[in-house]
Ligand binder design. Sequence first.
Ligand code: NDP
Length: 308
Amino acid sequence: MEVEKLIIIGSGPAGYTAAVYAARAELSPLLFEGQPTGGQLMLTTEVENYPGFPMGIQGPELMDLFRKQAERFGTRMFAADVSAVDFSAMPFVVTSGGQTYRAEAVIVATGASAMWLGVPGEKEYQGRGVSACATCDGFFFKGKEIAVVGGGDSAMEEATFLTKFASKVTVIVRKDTLRASKIMQERATANPKISFIWNTDVKEVVGDGQRITGLTLWNNKTNEQSFFATEGLFLAIGHKPNTDLFKGQLDIDEKGYVRCQTGSTKTGVPGVFAAGDVADHVYRQAVTAAGTGCMAALDAERWLAHRA
Ligand code: NDP
């Protein structure tokens, strides 16, 4: 069976950027895009912070451009999920659609997924008032009253960030305590624009068919249900890196992220590299994912050259 030089798994900014660099280095990469393709940017509307697009660009359109650029240099793409990998011996084995593929090097760029509440109305109003990314969408809520769900560092950071735009931010917490670090809690509680609702779950996202108008809340201590009017809902209840496929194959940290050597995309398995959100719980931006995708392709290219 033919052995590929490089297989890339994942089709967000990291995977496609790795493909652009690898294809231009004549590694003829094979890219498994997964289903759905394109990663988290496919779920956003306007992207205003990706450099090079001064007027902004729609998330799906940006990913389409990434894809075309990777294709232009000869990346071969499969819009299919990888169902198994075997990194225990070389060449590495990647299984997709019941077929096995072998490669000398692999780049893992499967990303992470924001956690969602799973309540009625949430998906319907995604991009129309409901967001899981304050950095991406906060700007659109200038002067508005909005809500944030979560009690961790992300929720505190996002709530604080959102006060730059919103007139009022209400943090809805399901317990009567925060999980966030003390310094983040202090910063949020000291902010006059932020208030808290405790012991409360969001039961439903309510809208007028166009945009969100409010939330149905349930107080889990008093059992009372109420309506909370809001023009925006930001979810900050955590992210889940898409690493189930790599358990037992790669070194994965306690939060589920692939562990890389500091300052590089090298995983613990020589020849396997990781890029983008799958290995990054700190920055999680399209531009940083693209940057590490580039790094992974360069690392893979050098690794292949030195072992040849
Ligand atoms: P965490 O897992 O730390 O916190 C998630 C929060 O969401 C918890 O308060 C949790 O509640 C709540 N939650 C989870 N599911 C639901 C639900 N269905 N309904 C309502 N609330 C829910 O995730 P974060 O994204 O906040 O942080 C992830 C990691 O990243 C942490 O290690 C954090 O320290 C780090 N981080 C650091 C930052 C910094 O230092 N600047 C900024 C952002 C993140 P409960 O407590 O009840 O379980």
